[in-house]
Design a protein around this ligand. Sequence first.
Ligand code: ATP
Ligand code: MG
Length: 420
Amino acid sequence: MSTFQAPKGTYDLTPPRSAMFLAVREAISAPLRDSGYGYIETPGFENVELFARGVGESTDIVTKEMYTFTTKGGDQLALRPEGTASVLRAALEANLHKAGNLPVKLWYSGSYYRYERPQAGRYRHFSQVGAEAIGTEDPALDAELIILADQAYRSLGLRQFRILLNSLGDKECRPVYREALQTFLRDLDLDEETRRRIEINPLRVLDDKRADVQKQLTDAPKLRDYLCDACKAYHEEVRALLTAAGVAFEDDEKLVRGLDYYTRTTFEFVHDGLGSQSAVGGGGRYDGLSEMIGGPELPSVGWALGVDRTVLALEAEGVELDLPATTSVYAVPLGEEARRVLFGVVTELRRAGIAADFAFGGRGLKGAMKSANRSGARYTLVAGERDLAEGVVQLKDMESGEQSAVPLAEAAAELAKRLG
Ligand code: ATP
Ligand code: MG
């Protein structure tokens, strides 16, 4: 193993591609910030207990994918595998739900850790932007979140994604379905691990990716047929609001998702250009989670969008993001005195909000001009001893190749004018 290799299942974001990640985080969070969601940041690790209870002892995330460790002080911690449990924990700790302002609407952005089998689009360290609306049961809130995610993806220029939608029922109707499903599944030809799953988390079996399992599931009882009237009405209202907003979705009764705490609305954004790691984001309602981690009853809904897979989706569609120019002006000093003077001009430009960079290290004209080219700057400023003696700098338009002498004192103002 090379000394310079990132740990297995991880990768670094380096320029220029890293700019896409920033742009994606920005684009996903912008609709949230414009819709009353406040920014929340929680620690990168939590007590293991929070995830065991809040994500669920029967999920792959908790049983297989969590990075757990014991601190020198003996605390059992885990690197966060997802955001919802932490955000709810933090909201409860800060009593945000008691401020008489429900729902508490929060958004977050950060790194998450899962011990997975690394493959394209599946990493051990990845990045999400998420949103949670805590403390309110209202189909318009579920619709709002789906509409905002759709808006975010569209604002990035993504087109080949689909929204899958389902209802998982609630604590009245889901247990009845669960039992009917278990009875059906126990008669199938399945391996030991899947048989165990039938007893712990039977809905997850529906999610099995293997063809021989899927073939046996054709006649499985459908959750739709078991939804109680309240859940049916709620789901119809979410669908109607999405339709009215012009957001297309597909009903997918097999969509169960991995986490135990989901109730009613559940959804996933899938992209058709990503192969098997097709989910770019997902979420749903989690009315029971607060009580599961020891809080009051707080029906809530949220989603998390994967930044890494969103970038892959953009690349798969060949979308060119409209990224802001990193450098507009590049200054090339020739000699000691020019270094001092042009460094001053660069500082002045930067303070005026013009992106400027500088040939550091006393480089020769040829090498410095190569860097100027690479920087993408529209203009270069070059000055040597003779220019300084005349009180000018050479201003070169890198697009047209035109070059002219500009009085030193007017260089910054002239550039500001030309760059509009
Ligand atoms: P999958 O079915 O692909 O394992 P998931 O259901 O585990 O996804 P969630 O927990 O809902 O995913 O996380 C939301 C989003 O975070 C996913 O849609 C995906 O874009 C991203 N994500 C999840 N796990 C990873 C990972 N290991 N690497 C990269 N992105 C991930
Ligand atoms: Mg997963």
